[in-house]
Write a protein that binds this ligand. Sequence first.
Ligand code: FAD
Length: 413
Amino acid sequence: MPLTLLKYGLRGRHASFRDIPATPDLKPSYDVVIVGGGGHGLAAAFYLSTVHGITNIAVLEKGYLAGGNTARNTTTIRSNYLTTESIRFYKEGVSLFETMSEDLGFNVMFSQRGQLTLAHSEATMRSFHLRAEMGKHMGVRTEVVDVKTVRAMCPHLNLDEGGMHEVMGGLWHADGGTARHDAVAWGYAKRAAERGVEIHQRTTVTGFRKDGDRVTHVVTDRGEIAAGQVLQAVGGLNGQVAEMAGFKLPIRCFPLQAMVTQPLKPFLDILLSSANMHTYLVQSSRGEIVIGGGSDPYQLASTRSTLDQKEHLAEGVLHLFPFLHKVKLLRQWAGITDMTPDYSPIMGASPMRNYWLDCGWGTWGFKATPVAGKRMAETIATGRVPDILLPFDMRRFDNFALLNEMGATAASH
Ligand SMILES: Cc1cc2nc3c(=O)[nH]c(=O)nc-3n(C[C@H](O)[C@H](O)[C@H](O)COP(=O)(O)OP(=O)(O)OC[C@H]3O[C@@H](n4cnc5c(N)ncnc54)[C@H](O)[C@@H]3O)c2cc1C
């Protein structure tokens, strides 16, 4: 046994181990204030402090670290979108996940097991061909597969031959995967904190003080602080916080629910989704089946889960895997998603010069955590929006330059 380990073991008192330092007092001013301590805010803090050397940063989080949508998501990671702009962006996101554990020195359990989206109609198959071609063109591993291949990939699946939801084929995306959501947030937080970034939990932003087209101060329930630059990344509350800053976002809030079963022996080693049935499922490393679907069909800023949605999701899963009918559900939960009209995020400039936006992540933003963090940090550090983010500018809604990803987002997230 090494001597240091022996000495450590024999010592009576041990300093308590903390990944994240306790919330300090607020300083009077910061170079950058990040509103929202979810995955996106923390990733931006990480890249600002490690790549750009900006460390006088406060991350302000009204609850606990990454307790918003980051904590509630089902962790689908993929890049098989429809438009070239989105594919380029999410492809960079997937590549950052591939090296994340190593880059952070923190195991985020990235599991690149591939995603299969099922088609139950000719129309869906046609749309899959288009997405596969777009993906191939952009260097993403996406291809249309026939029923025989679906059966080989997923031997327990009910193909419903001759039935209402007959499987006609699928869209296979070998780059798809999952990662441990809290590990991603904690990894970024830990490494940013080591560089001197202050993470203020239980600190709610309640308003902003402005001088012309600049924000001068961020007002919180713990006092006011001067800010050189501000990044807004507050998940489901993006519309509300933008209004505090004095402008409106083209965003509406819808609840999105998910649920998880008791652990089972491994039977599903890919991510599986059915666009037509609005259901997707993945078996976690603990054996639980994580089940999700589309947003609730009404606007609401609530995290309450409902029996209706539980029944809807159960119906879809039982259709795909009838043998799960006796499996018990352990938990069901909801998040508030910030949806844009074109199912694409808003990143970059706001109507104020030193106030940046990373929002509109709706039902699909976990996979973008590293790339949004990296590229928003670059934006803040250089004062210039990088080309890869330009298509996501808020002004696209005024310029008829929408990035319609509705079909490619659907229940695949
Ligand atoms: C059920 C569900 C399943 C999902 N599944 C997937 C999926 O499979 N794949 C995928 O890519 N995406 C998925 N998503 C979407 C994904 O979770 C989000 O897009 C992503 O987590 C957004 O991260 P964020 O850091 O921007 O927001 P959040 O994680 O919500 O962080 C924002 C933080 O801001 C804080 N905040 C809010 N207001 C204030 C304030 N006034 N002052 C201070 N702090 C404030 C909140 O407390 C919160 O912690 C899912 C979402 C849900 C709800």
